[in-house]
Design a binder for this molecule. Structure first.
Ligand SMILES: [Zn+2]
Length: 334
């Protein structure tokens, strides 16, 4: 009998990540491949996923028949029963079918769909959470968008279609004039995600709201080069506009995290996603707030605030974990 493998796929607004691992999920046995998220048609993502997974199998001399399950974690909202993404803000199309096109390329192999935030919390649970944190655990990604997942009383929260913790589109400023890519106003994602930080800065630059000389110097006067990375750098170097944008990013993250703890009463919140490249400018402020004065943002006792050591790859670790747990009918999922 040939060795059995599971596959994990993580579909994000910027990257598609694919992994293979032996079914014991030993970290040393994980092999990975990454590619840019293509947004040409609503089938571009499923096509990329199939191509990368096929390449990874061929390169490692693993046959399709050795695959016993594929966990697919995607930026949501995602109907985990039909495998269709809907109302999405960052994948180029509102509705993206995943299940049918992947099934056609990998017939007979069980596909398990999960919102990427919910997948990632399983990844934290399986690979890095401490024993006393595991039963009441939340993961938040602050990346192209903002999403999350929660384990309460030892069980993964899913909701009717699997989007129980789409916290990035929770309103943190209901009368806001800041429009989110989902179409609503005042979403946490519109303030604190990478794209939110970027688009608020571009709007302010257009209105010439406040001095942004340092930021403009960093990008050589070319505002098409302004991304969250340059804005955080400019804020560090004392740029007025960038400082205000980053301060708002931090403030609204406190609001979002406070709401999560009020709803889920968690022991620990792990944070990950591309914005954590500038975590030194974000996380200490949040940790201090919830240590010194949590009541400003949450009625419940505050959680431990941590960052995931798997950085951008926790979603992928989660997709693998989800596939393994589904195959084993793990009690965390029931
Ligand atoms: Zn939104």
């Amino acid at each position: 009998m040939k060795e059995e493998y599971i596959a994990g796929i993580d579909i994000g607004g910027t990257w598609i990540r694919v992994a293979l691992c032996t079914k014991d999920l030993k970290e040393d046995n994980i092999i990975k491949k990454t590619s840019k998220t293509l947004k040409e048609t609503k089938f571009s993502i499923s096509k990329s996923v199939c191509e990368i997974l096929s390449e990874l199998l061929t390169e490692n001399q693993i046959k399709k028949e050795q695959l016993i399950g594929i966990g697919v974690a995607s930026a949501g909202p995602l109907n985990i029963h039909t495998g269709v993404v809907f109302n999405n803000a960052n994948l180029g199309f509102r509705v993206i079918p995943l299940k049918e096109p992947i099934e056609q390329n990998f017939p007979g192999i069980p596909l398990y769909f999960i919102n990427d935030g919910s997948g990632a919390v399983l990844g934290v649970y399986n690979f890095e959470a401490e024993e006393e944190e595991r039963d009441n655990l939340v993961y938040i990604t602050i990346s192209t968008g903002i999403g999350g997942g929660a384990i309460c009383n030892g069980h993964l929260l899913l909701g009717k279609e699997g989007n129980a913790v789409e916290i990035g589109h929770g309103s943190v400023e209901p009368r806001s004039k800041v429009k989110c890519k989902c179409g609503a106003y005042g979403c946490w994602e519109a303030y604190s995600s990478g794209t939110g930080v970027q688009s608020r800065t571009l709007d302010a630059l257009e209105k010439r709201d406040s001095n942004a000389d340092k930021l403009l110097e960093i990008v050589g006067g070319d505002i098409s080069k302004v991304t969250a990375k340059e804005i955080f750098q400019a804020a560090r170097e004392g740029d007025n506009l960038s400082r205000k944008i980053v301060d708002d990013c931090i403030f609204y993250s406190k609001v979002g995290i406070g709401l999560i703890n009020t709803y889920y009463d968690c022991s620990a919140i792990y944070i990950g996603g591309a914005m954590m490249r500038d975590k030194e400018q974000i996380i200490p402020h949040i940790v201090k707030q919830f240590e010194d004065d949590p009541l400003m943002f949450t009625i419940n006792h505050p959680p431990k605030i941590k960052t995931t050591k798997y950085e951008d790859e926790i979603g992928l670790m989660g997709a693998l974990t989800y596939a393994k747990y589904r195959i084993e009918e793990n009690k965390t999922l029931i």
